[in-house]
Design a protein around this ligand. Structure first.
Ligand SMILES: [Zn+2]
Length: 334
């Protein structure tokens, strides 16, 4: 189903407001640069904006999503809307030249044309220079949208000819709601929405049995820590090490542990709306009774230290054993 304006508005309110204004006032720029991390909706907004420009039944700034133009844009079949993707590792000069050639003709069906260049930072120098000329002398009725996750890699000469719109990472609460709409259980949705702010990654993660199991192990580890060192080391050797196999997985595991400490802190501060492990509220309340705020904060910084040490070549088993002892004793890494 086509994404509608209201949906994207929740994720990128500022960008959508700006685009709505430019459509309503008939002041669409010659070129836009959409910059922001992967999964922030740049492509979806491009599609929506293209539909708004070409829709036969637009209401205010919103496309109908049903007319022939809307449908052809959705299926990438509109003759006056062109999409350029990297050809292998880069976007080549030939691709930009072909586009210019195409655009030198008037619109096939109207005098309006739009092109979208995905991963615009991947243009070769020659391609970028070709595009630059095109941006300097745009044909009438031509709109360009460049998309990038690597803003710092774009030529400043290109940036200066575009209206730059920054796409913000999705707030966890918005992302968690989106995941819930995808039938993902709340306890996993909340957690995944904190681990990543990318929608696709969050869906993948929360549907992965590995992730649900990771959550279980982290809770078991915390419970064992409350008992004694031996139990905690047992969980590390028997469950943690076999489950969290590479650095990326261990990093997620440490994040999950960090969120647990954060929950205890939120609970003590009375900020219940921020709690992530809310399905374990009874346990959290018990645990929060037995530790001071100072200790929780200390343990959070110890987990952060362990995360930082992951990037050194420290042996993982040793790292985890030290982490356990440090958490138990309320010490930091030395
Ligand atoms: Zn339409």
């Amino acid at each position: 189903m086509a994404v509608v304006w209201e949906e994207l508005e929740q994720y990128q309110p500022i960008v959508l407001r700006l685009l709505a204004n430019s459509i309503e006032k008939g002041r669409v720029a010659h070129a836009y640069l959409f910059e922001g991390q992967r999964g922030t909706g740049k492509k979806e907004v491009s599609v929506l904006f293209a539909k708004s420009l070409f829709c036969f039944n637009r209401v205010e700034y919103k496309p109908c999503n049903e007319c022939i133009n809307c449908r052809r844009i959705d299926s990438r079949n509109h003759p006056d809307v062109h999409w350029i993707e990297p050809d292998g590792q880069s976007i080549k000069k030939g691709q930009i030249e072909a586009l210019q050639e195409e655009f030198s003709k008037t619109g096939v069906e109207s005098n309006q044309k739009l092109y979208v260049i995905n991963h615009a930072d991947k243009m070769t120098t020659n391609a970028a220079n070709s595009l630059l000329k095109f941006l300097e002398e745009p044909y009438r009725g031509t709109t360009a949208i460049l998309l990038t996750e690597q803003y710092h890699r774009m030529l400043t000469t290109i940036i200066s000819r575009c209206q730059v719109l920054s796409f913000q990472p999705l707030p966890p609460t918005v992302l968690a709601n989106y995941l819930k709409e995808q039938q993902i259980p709340l306890h996993l949705a909340l957690l995944a929405a904190h681990v990543t702010n990318n929608r696709e990654e969050a869906i993948e993660l929360s549907r992965d049995d590995w992730f649900a199991e990771a959550r279980k192990i982290v809770l078991q580890l915390y419970e064992a820590l409350n008992k004694n060192n031996l139990q905690a080391l047992f969980v590390i050797h028997e469950k943690w090490i076999p489950h969290f196999q590479d650095k990326q997985q261990i990093d997620i595991g440490l994040d999950l542990l960090l969120y647990l400490y954060k929950d205890l802190l939120y609970l003590q501060l009375g900020q219940l709306e921020n709690i992530i492990y809310r399905d374990r509220m009874n346990d959290l309340q018990q645990w929060a009774l037995t530790c001071s705020q100072k200790r929780i904060i200390q343990n959070m910084s110890t987990v952060l230290q362990a995360k930082a040490r992951l990037n050194t070549n420290m042996n993982v088993q040793l790292l985890m054993e030290q982490l356990i002892l440090n958490l138990k004793e309320g010490r930091t890494f030395v």
